[in-house]
Design a protein around this ligand. Structure first.
Ligand code: FUL
Length: 447
């Protein structure tokens, strides 16, 4: 070994041996879902509100044509891999016939009180091959025990029902939202989380502060341009977190808690007929995809069923456009076939050190305007910054700088034509495991 090599090894040794946070298998499986859906549905759908106050009569809940198979089929066709249903929102109304309260579908005219929305969604997810998740609002404006210690038992009993009667649950959503004048309540989050681990060990848990996946810090569909999957949860709890910190993550954070980007296809989370004309277009949804999945996050797109109990035509049309555009853009990878970098697998990768560029040959001299870069995050997230150059025929020309990569980084730029590109990682926290590289020409639908 020559001296330079030896010095290099000594310099990188602390980085190699330093324990870096890594995803658990359940977090890794979750990240690979990329596009997931939220279904906001409750009495609010019938009162035209966003937050119910808990006084709503179960009698108003009557989605006469409810067809959860239509919801999940539509989502499947649009490429979504999981659906999360609001089993109970802040109003306390339960979409399943719970034994814990009378405030549920069992006292609604829908299916003469014999219906179970949670079951229909879980069954449809199984039928169409989607993962299934539940949202169970800790803040409950109906339950009289809310504000006392015994509410924790009530909440855990609800969790137990949802996690034992409906098959596999892939995600449990703990919303930190709580009205300003809400009663004081000391939630037993440790107890809730232990119960989820016991009953559904493969489920990831979402809250502002994890423990498995975190809020991205806004509801506008924007992960940080820089987005680390690591944070420190010191001083945080659901409802208590610094939104800016969550948005970017923290390169020195000791915990692996990646960001989930929750955003609605409509202005509100629940269905309102007045918003039928304000549904995001397919192109707009594609922007959300670049801003979330393309920035090392995961898209959780809300598509709220209407009063009939169906997804609405404008939403379906946008979802269809969204998938068509993404399929057109990403169907042909213009990077020349490479056993490690174009095989779609994270664990086959090429190791790169700082400022040691890798040249990537393209197929012929194609025209392209999108680049994809992926790290093998199974070993952690290591790229803090880098840049891409392209070969003009005479020189390497700078195409774009980027910051974090993580699970997936998508770069967008005006189309260029070149036979090869060159990627350099300039600031890294350890040897980078470059897993995938792609170059694409965007669908005309993105224009
Ligand atoms: C918020 C809630 O208050 C909204 O109603 C919605 O459920 C959103 C996903 O989370 O905190």
């Amino acid at each position: 070994m020559n001296t330079i090599r030896l010095l290099l090894l000594i310099a990188t040794l602390p980085l190699l041996t330093q324990a870096q946070p890594k995803p658990t298998p359940r977090q890794l499986a979750w990240q690979k879902l990329e596009t997931t859906a939220f279904l906001h549905f409750t009495v609010n759908t019938f009162t035209d509100k966003e937050w119910g106050d808990g006084t709503e009569s179960p009698a108003i809940f009557n989605p006469a044509k409810l067809d959860a198979r239509q919801w999940v089929r539509t989502l499947r066709d649009a490429g979504f891999k999981m659906a999360i249903i609001t089993a109970k929102h802040h109003d306390g109304f339960c979409l399943w016939p719970t034994k814990t309260t009378e405030h549920s579908v069992k006292n609604s005219p829908w299916k003469a009180g014999k219906g179970d929305v949670v079951r229909e969604v879980a069954d449809a997810c199984r039928e169409y091959g989607l993962k299934f998740g539940v949202y169970l609002s800790p803040w409950d404006r109906h339950e009289p025990r809310y504000g006392t210690a015994s509410y924790n038992d009530f909440y855990k009993a609800q969790l137990r029902e949802l996690l034992t009667n409906y098959g596999d649950v892939a995600e449990v959503w703990f919303d930190g939202a709580k009205g300003e004048n809400a009663k004081n309540m000391t939630y037993d989050f440790d107890g809730y989380w232990a119960l989820v681990r016991e009953l559904q060990p493969n489920a990831v848990m979402f809250s502002d502060a994890g423990p498995d996946v975190r809020w991205v810090g806004n509801e506008a569909g924007n992960a940080g341009e820089t987005c680390w999957s690591t944070i420190s949860t010191e001083g945080m709890a659901p409802g208590v977190a610094d939104a800016k910190y969550l948005n970017r993550g923290d390169p020195t954070g000791p915990q692996w808690i990646p960001a989930e980007t929750d955003v609605s296809i409509r202005p509100g989370w629940f269905y309102h007929a007045t918003e039928d004309s304000k549904v995001r277009s397919g192109k707009n949804l594609v922007d959300l995809y670049y801003q979330s999945v393309g920035r090392n996050s995961l898209l959780l797109l809300n598509v709220p069923p209407n009063r009939d109990g169906l997804l609405s035509e404008p939403d379906i049309a946008s979802l269809r456009d969204f998938r068509r555009i993404l399929n057109e853009t990403f169907q042909t990878n213009l990077v020349a076939k490479n056993p490690k970098l174009t095989d779609g697998e994270l664990d086959t990768h090429t190791v790169l050190l700082a400022n040691k560029p890798i040249v990537i040959d393209l197929i012929g001299t194609p025209t392209f305007d999108r680049i994809l870069i992926e790290e093998n995050i199974a070993s952690g997230q290591r790229v803090a910054s880098g840049y891409v150059d392209y070969w003009t025929g005479t020189i390497w020309q700078r195409l774009q700088n980027f910051t974090t990569v993580g699970y997936k980084r998508l770069l967008r730029f005006p189309a260029i034509t070149a036979p090869r590109i060159r990627i350099t990682f300039s600031n890294i926290s350890g040897p980078v495991q470059l897993a995938e590289v792609g170059a694409y020409k965007a669908s005309a639908g993105e224009e």
